[in-house]
Write a protein that binds this ligand. Sequence first.
Ligand code: 5GP
Length: 129
Amino acid sequence: MPVPALAPYDDQNIFARILRGEIPCRRIAEDEWSLAFHDINPQAPVHALVIPRHPYVSLADFSARASQAEISGFFRAVGAVARQLGLEEPGYRVIANTGLDAGQEVPHFHVHILAGRAFGHRLVPASAE
Ligand code: 5GP
């Protein structure tokens, strides 16, 4: 069920539980600002998720409330994870589903890194246009 971009933060969401170590994940990297792990239901040969350590519901929430250090630390981590996974050539796609129409399901801000095949230019399924 998609979640609103500016819903109150629910500290029982699945990524909050992963951050607290209550449920496992296939960890890729972590630092002061972020945790990166493999998606449980991959949509491409490589499908990683990067999440901030602090509680933000969505990109809308993160971009409004996070500090400059947190924003820069987080997005540097996204690039570093892609580099660590060897994705810079031939490339990768980054997606941040935000709110209801984007189909965001987990209400803790996250970035998807998708790679391992050519995605082409189309960003949304033809049926959605
Ligand atoms: P959203 O639709 O919110 O942008 O994406 C949420 C993503 O989280 C989905 O791709 C889904 O497969 C992934 N996901 C949901 N639950 C878990 C989990 O328990 N572990 C991991 N690693 N990924 C999850």
